[in-house]
Design a protein around this ligand. Structure first.
Ligand SMILES: [Zn+2]
Ligand SMILES: [Zn+2]
Length: 533
């Protein structure tokens, strides 16, 4: 097929070249052409595009080919397949954010990131796998707002002068004049909203009027989401941004809670929606298959922000765990000689009860997280229309509740304090006391964690949770009843140890379900992008 972007010099294919500052490079003669001035083939208009559309027979995803050589695998579901192709005339969006990153740079980013993970599954960082990365323009909706109005509030300013503590009050009047507030949301079914948040913010200053020349050599995902889907979220986003502007101008006078509400109410009235516009945003996509699931790696083609689904390689993890346990064992053995500490085998039951309770808690939380992800409960775009979002949410989610993040906030501090105490006590010779105290505390703590696990249970696969509870219960019973002699304890402990290994393996499996996603299945085509102008 003749090229849609013929080179003015030799007639070869022009490709948009992200690093060359708005120029296109000829694949035959290597000469550059200014992308702003170039006029392509008549099939590539500013308002409509005549392109070849590929449909994946497995997931029904649709991709426009813009003068590419085709592809042997689907970037959405990762299946190697013969795509069904047809020509289609499609609308064009109002804006485009051109690629600023070359594919090689995106691959480099990806490579660097995989090196940071300890248990990267084999194959994920293979050259062959990385070569599957594709540059794709993804449909976005841009909700636009403008305001040129006065916002009033009363603010206060506290300061100290000599021995006096002074609070100044003032009625603040600011003129908020912002012509363009642009809040983007992805109009793609594939791109989970949680991923979009990771790779944001896009450099909105680089957004320009649509010109098909920037598409040359890339793929374009067809939009399948309604344009009004994110209106409320966009309103909130715009209001938050403008609120910041008001405070900026208000200087040292800060509003209290009541005044903040008042400011928001004024912004609600005075910020005018200018409608929704469609845009193409640049992303590099890499899809890897894991059995019947997929893992996505996505690089923001405008600034290099990266998101990666990262499952764990079990064998790699076990090897590391084995080495670490051996080191701990050696240290403990050394300690028994150096500090002359010993403990009764019954005490170990507290330890296994503790570990089991933690496993059950992790099981409860991971199951819920994996369930939310698999059912797209945090991803509006998947449901395509507002009605669907509301309906499906009701179906799948009984109690929407944010997880408390106490552990997330304080975990590092707690671990550092515990380690310091431990090291300190070793050197001051109270190790025996510490060990006894630790074992003494572990059992009651495990009970608390089991209760927490029970509270955290929502939906999803309960296997890990059950294994944890079983291990805990078993340890607890062994701890409470008195067995006739140590041999029975050793037998029980070996059983518990095997149980723990099995539970750990289940935890990793559950984690891997959480870290990947179900193979996509597109249900609808033709979203609102071409209607959003
Ligand atoms: Zn040429
Ligand atoms: Zn597919």
């Amino acid at each position: 097929m003749a090229t849609m972007f013929p080179c003015p010099n030799c007639g070869g294919q022009l490709r948009f070249s992200p690093k060359s500052h708005f120029r296109m490079k000829c694949t035959s003669c290597g000469k550059y052409t200014n992308a702003r001035e170039y006029t392509p083939d008549s099939s590539m208009g500013k308002d409509s595009l005549n392109t070849k559309v590929y449909t994946c027979p497995t997931c029904a995803g649709e991709i426009q080919l813009i003068d590419n050589d085709g592809m042997e695998f689907c970037p959405f579901c990762g299946n190697q397949t013969t795509m069904q192709e047809h020509f289609a005339k499609g609308g064009a969006p109002k804006y485009i954010l051109p690629f600023a990153l070359e594919k090689e740079e995106a691959k480099e980013k990806y490579n660097e990131q995989t090196k940071k993970y300890c248990f990267t599954p084999n194959g994920l960082d293979d050259k062959e796998n990385i070569d599957k990365m594709v540059g794709m323009y993804v449909p976005y909706f841009i909700y636009e707002y403008g305001i040129n109005d006065i916002v009033k509030y009363s603010g206060s300013h506290e300061h100290t002068s000599g021995n006096y503590h002074i609070t100044d009050y003032a009625n603040v009047t600011v003129n908020v004049d912002v012509e363009d507030v642009q809040v983007p949301f992805d109009g793609s079914q594939t791109l989970d909203d949680t991923i979009s948040h990771y790779i944001e913010p896009f450099p909105m200053d680089n957004l320009i009027e649509f010109n098909p020349n920037y598409l040359a050599g890339f793929f374009v995902e067809n939009s399948s989401v309604d344009k009004d889907l994110y209106v409320e979220d966009a309103n909130e986003g715009a209001k938050k941004y403008l609120f910041g502007k008001v405070l900026e101008q208000g200087g040292q006078y800060k509003p209290n809670e009541k005044e903040k509400t008042y400011i928001n109410r004024q912004l609600n009235e005075k910020a005018k929606s200018k409608g929704v516009a469609g845009a193409y945003f640049p992303l590099y996509f890499l899809t890897t298959r894991y059995g019947d699931r997929v893992a996505y790696s996505i690089v923001n083609g405008a600034n290099g922000n990266l998101y990666m689904d990262m499952p764990i390689d079990k064998n790699k993890m076990y090897r590391t765990a084995f080495v670490v346990s051996m080191i701990i064992f050696a240290i403990l053995l050394g300690c028994t000689f150096l500090f002359d500490f010993s403990f009764k085998i019954e005490k170990v039951t507290s330890f296994s009860a503790f570990i089991s309770s933690v496993i059950s808690y992790v099981g409860a939380v991971l199951a819920d997280k994996a369930y939310r992800k698999d059912n797209h409960l945090d991803d509006k775009g998947f449901f395509k229309t507002k009605d669907n979002v509301n309906k499906k949410k009701e179906d799948k989610e009984k109690k929407p509740k944010k997880k408390d993040t106490f552990w997330g906030k304080y975990s590092t501090t707690i671990i550092i304090v515990a380690m310091t105490l431990l090291i300190f006590s070793i050197f001051t010779g109270t190790f025996n006391g510490v060990i006894n105290l630790t074992f003494g505390i572990m059992m009651p703590v495990s009970v608390i964690i089991i209760v927490l696990a029970a509270i955290s249970v929502k939906k999803g696969d309960k296997k890990v949770l059950k294994l944890g509870i079983f291990g805990w219960l078993f340890s607890y019973i062994i701890h409470v009843i008195s067995l006739p002699n140590d041999i029975f304890y050793y037998g029980a402990m070996i059983f518990v140890f095997v149980m723990l290994l099995h539970s750990m393996s289940a935890v990793v499996h559950q984690y891997n379900v959480f870290a990947t996603r179900p193979s996509p299945q597109f249900e609808k085509h033709g979203g609102g992008l071409e209607h959003a102008k």
